[in-house]
Write a new protein. Structure first.
Length: 133
């Protein structure tokens, strides 16, 4: 199914892959992330809301990355990776840097969270780029 230049199946697979990338990323870096935030113990009985927000955010990100790639005619592996990297550098890491600087947060958070979003955008870009229209 394709609408407005967006392959919904590629977007859905990219969404799932982006969410899985986050699970792997924070599965490995969860403890340093918690330490950088100043959390002392794992959250028990945590709300499912952050996971719901994460899936929805990954979906929106995949839709807009696909739309960007459609406008750039960048439906190749290389085009997907470059588009994902540019979106990350232009919008994501800059936003994280500003928010963390004003929030007086540890620079480690920029590295951990920024690395996560770079990995997500590269994975999404690769999937959307290879799948194309």
């Amino acid at each position: 199914m394709i609408f407005t230049g967006i392959n919904i199946w590629a977007v859905l697979v990219a969404t799932a892959a982006g969410f899985a990338t986050g699970g792997i990323w924070y599965g490995v870096l969860g403890k340093p992330w918690m330490k950088a935030h100043g959390f002392t113990a794992p959250m028990k009985n945590a709300s499912p809301l952050p996971y719901i927000v994460a899936v929805l955010a990954d979906f929106v990100m995949a839709v807009f990355l696909s739309g960007l790639m459609w406008h750039l005619n960048a439906f190749t592996l290389r085009g997907g990776l470059i588009s994902g990297a540019h979106a990350w550098f232009g919008f994501v890491i800059t936003t994280l840097a500003v928010n963390n600087a004003f929030g007086m947060r540890s620079p480690k958070l920029i590295l951990i969270d920024g690395g996560h979003w770079l990995a997500v955008l590269l994975v999404m870009g690769a999937i959307i780029g290879v799948w194309g229209l």
